[in-house]
Design a protein around this ligand. Structure first.
Ligand code: F3S
Length: 782
């Protein structure tokens, strides 16, 4: 091996991002030799902070990186949506840095409710959330972050149209961020704390994912859309089948797909739990770059691929190509012949319950799902491309000419101002509104539960809706747990909305026109993109890009109920912990929802003290069987709620711990489930086992997660017991090495017992915990 890294210079020809990618790729090739690499590996490993350290330590000399190596990565940028950006920015502000270390953007999309139509809804949404938008906008100006105002578009669509370029690595504070994988990027959905690590310039850690290859052959038939590929795949893989994997598409079938179709497929890879998804860069990708006025980017991508010198010898390795090496091996492989695919409808309540369209009528009848279709909703971040909308337009026109109107309510959500304005210019939106469709604002709306239904369907009433969105958990769209929400391509949603029936099959069945004739939908026909470049849209919805301005005051009113500045957490004391009390002993499941509920509490995501009032509010007290009950054993044992007791003990400066059973913190990566207990004074969580992501989140916020060495000890410890740690401080100082136990003084009897515990604290995590939190350490330049 060469002792030092050889740098290749492409002169002034390539932008700095590609110059960096090219040089890092040379290092990857030097370290991994002639190993055949998948596309995902090439891009991911070319973003390593230290290529040699990541690829060689813990691996068999670079032979088994996937699934074992811990990658320390340097993403190119971070994109944030308005709900999660609040906590990310509040945390970033505690670091006192003048600007973000890498480019970033904020997209105001999640807080707008869909109700009457774009203009009314947008004004109402801005009024209701003005202080949050003002905060985000002022933070953007102060730190030099791109700001996309309400109405500008949904994060994933704006990112695809603007920032996504082949070979980039991005983080997004939203689970569907992998949408940009359609443009051959590695884009990973993360929580706010992870985003902040990247924003302050620290390397971002990821266990090297395995790679699931999906080989595509053939070509989609008339009624089949790229959406059907991922609906089918979700059925094969189930909601957990992609966990720990990047899904990489390859094979001749890829060339037949549009760029936006590939993005739809990557977007919904989140539904099978994949780390992210990626497609190669194709001619369709280059066409999309040009249509979105990024010709130079297309030229750069071509140029990067033409430079030899980054690999071994004069072989193909010598070039950086936006596709897998010939002969690259996948950890798992699935082959799909696009010509044999049929339209699918997935749901209700889970995106992996896939039913081919030809079987759907039978399934609806067997399952006794509602036959009446109440609403059809198309668009959103998943499916509002020019191709999607013009394919829909073609069947709407045919139905209109036959005198038909949709029998179900029909809603259209454009993904961005750019696509909306282009569809308006080209007459597509007029076609939809003439048919009775309601165009909603360029925001998430019904896709994230922000839907005020106008059809009188009451909460608790079973009913069926069909959308071209990506996720269909119970209550996801209208907050009604009895709404059965099915997912399909926009053209299937629209045709079925005309029928107003869940048993109608637009491929085989006919409708009756007002004059009694038989009407069959023609196969949808659309255009991949507009014939002239996309419109930029109304200036009020344009992005603002600006250099950082240290004179800007970030707008947070001291009397705000929705936003509050974060104080850095106190560091770990220079000794073992003493005087801790058990706040509550929890029985059974304790998910991140149990620890920090969502729903109406989402409004307080930017206000840690206020949202903390929901902490553990649905936890079951193991000693009494009650939900959300705790007893203040330091003040006479009076009954109160768990968050209230935590708040009292915080005020009295009594540090505490929670005791729980198995898989504590399962569910989402919700960082509030760690932030809130920390804010309220928790120092430890002691349980039988942890959900992995939550265990990491606790450490990042300075809480030490411990498990019972002997699970029977769960029965020996109870609420109000006093706890001191033994060996914890030394373990932290020794970088995670050493034994820890707890000395427990029983409430009432005063009996002393010792409970041996285990931990998974690594050297880096020990440093976080000692500093008080990962952010404290980063703020100190650690
Ligand atoms: Fe997410 Fe739907 Fe918005 S998937 S980004 S909530 S449109």
């Amino acid at each position: 091996r060469a002792a030092s890294t050889r740098l290749y210079s492409t002169g002034p020809l390539l932008p700095p991002t590609y110059e960096r990618l090219y040089n890092k790729y040379a290092e990857v090739r030097r370290v991994l030799g002639a190993q055949r690499l998948t596309l995902a590996e090439k891009i991911l490993y070319s973003h390593l902070d230290n290529v040699e350290e990541s690829l060689l330590s813990n691996t068999n000399n670079g032979r088994d990186v996937r699934g074992t190596a811990i990658l320390k990565l340097r993403p190119d940028r971070v994109n944030m949506q308005d709900a999660s950006a609040q906590t990310a920015l509040l945390q970033f502000m505690t670091c006192n840095l003048p600007q973000t270390a890498i480019p970033a953007s904020i997209h105001c999309d999640h807080l707008i409710v869909g109700e009457r139509g774009a203009d009314d809804d947008l004004s109402a949404g801005i009024r209701a959330n003005q202080e949050v938008f003002d905060f985000l906008e002022s933070a953007a100006r102060k730190y030099g972050i791109d700001f996309w105002p309400p109405g500008a578009g949904i994060i994933h669509q704006s990112v695809l149209e603007t920032y996504a370029l082949p070979g980039l690595m991005m983080l997004g504070t939203d689970s569907h961020s992998p949408n940009a994988g359609g443009m051959c990027t590695i884009t990973i959905g993360v929580g706010g704390a992870d985003a902040v690590e990247a924003l302050v310039g620290a390397p971002w850690e990821l266990k090297a994912p395995k790679i699931l290859g999906v080989k595509l052959t053939g070509k989609l038939n008339d009624w089949v859309a790229p959406k059907d590929l991922i609906l089918h795949l979700a059925g094969l893989l189930t909601v957990r089948g992609g966990t720990g994997f990047i899904i990489e598409y390859f094979g001749p079938g890829v060339e037949s797909l549009s760029l936006t179709g590939m993005a739809t497929v990557c977007n919904m890879g989140a539904e099978v739990g994949a780390t992210t998804s990626i497609f190669p860069y194709t001619e369709a990708s280059a066409r999309y770059l040009k249509a979105t006025r990024r010709e130079q980017a297309a030229r750069n991508a071509a140029l990067l691929q033409s430079f030899p010198g980054a690999g071994a010898g004069a072989s193909e390795d010598a070039f950086f190509r936006f596709r897998a090496d010939e002969g690259a091996q996948y950890d798992e492989l699935i082959e799909i012949d696009l010509s044999k695919l049929e339209p699918h409808i997935n749901g209700p309540f889970t995106p992996d319950l896939a039913t081919p369209l030809s079987q759907f009528k039978k399934t609806v009848q067997e399952q006794q799902w509602p036959e009446k279709l109440s609403a059809g909703l198309i668009g959103s971040c998943t499916n509002s491309s020019y191709e999607d909308m013009t394919r829909v337009e073609s069947i709407v026109r045919a139905a209109e000419e036959a005198g038909l109107k949709p029998k179900a309510d029909f809603y259209i959500t454009p993904g961005s101002e750019q696509i909306r304005a282009t569809l308006e210019r080209d007459g597509t939106l007029d076609t939809f509104t003439a048919a009775g469709g309601i165009v909603l604002s360029n925001a998430c709306g019904p896709c994230i539960g922000q839907w005020k239904r106008q059809d009188g369907v009451q909460k608790g009433t079973p009913n069926a809706i069909l959308s071209s969105y990506n996720r269909n958990f119970r209550g996801r769209n209208d907050g009604n747990p009895e709404t059965m929400n099915f997912l399909a391509s926009p053209e299937i949603v629209t045709a079925m909305a005309y029928a107003g029936s869940t048993t109608f099959n637009p491929v085989t069945d006919a409708l009756t026109t007002p004059d009694g004739k038989e009407f069959r939908f023609p196969a949808p026909r659309g255009l991949e993109g507009p014939q002239t470049p996309f419109e930029t849209g109304r200036p009020a919805f344009a992005v603002t890009s600006q250099p950082p301005d240290p004179t800007v005051e970030v707008a947070i009113s001291p009397s705000s109920e929705r936003l509050a500045l974060l104080e850095p957490f106190d560091p770990f004391p220079a000794s073992d912990l003493t005087g801790l009390r058990v706040l509550v002993k929890v029985a059974g499941k304790c998910t991140t929802d149990t620890i920090s509920a969502a729903g109406p509490w989402l409004a307080y995501k930017g206000h840690l003290p206020n949202i903390s009032a929901n902490t553990l509010q649905t936890a079951v007290n193991a000693e009494t069987g009650e939900v959300n009950a705790a007893y203040d054993h330091l003040a006479g044992g009076a009954r109160t709620t768990i968050p209230e007791l935590a708040r009292r003990w915080r005020d009295r400066r009594v540090p505490w711990l929670v005791v729980a059973e198995h898989n504590y913190g399962e569910g989402s990566a919700r960082e509030h489930a760690a932030l809130q207990p920390r804010y309220l004074g928790a120092r430890l969580v002691l349980c039988k086992s942890f959900a992995r992501i939550h265990e990491t989140n606790l450490k990042k916020q300075g809480i030490v997660p411990l498990t019972f060495a002997d699970q029977a000890d769960y029965d020996r410890i109870g609420a109000g017991d006093e706890v001191a740690t033994v060996g914890l401080y030394d373990m932290l100082r020794n970088g995670g090495q050493g034994e820890v136990s707890l000395r427990v003084t029983k409430r009432g009897s005063g009996e002393e017992i010792v409970i041996p515990v285990r931990h998974t604290v690594s050297r880096d995590q020990a440093r976080f915990i000692l500093a008080g939190s990962a952010l404290n350490l980063l703020a100190r330049g650690g």
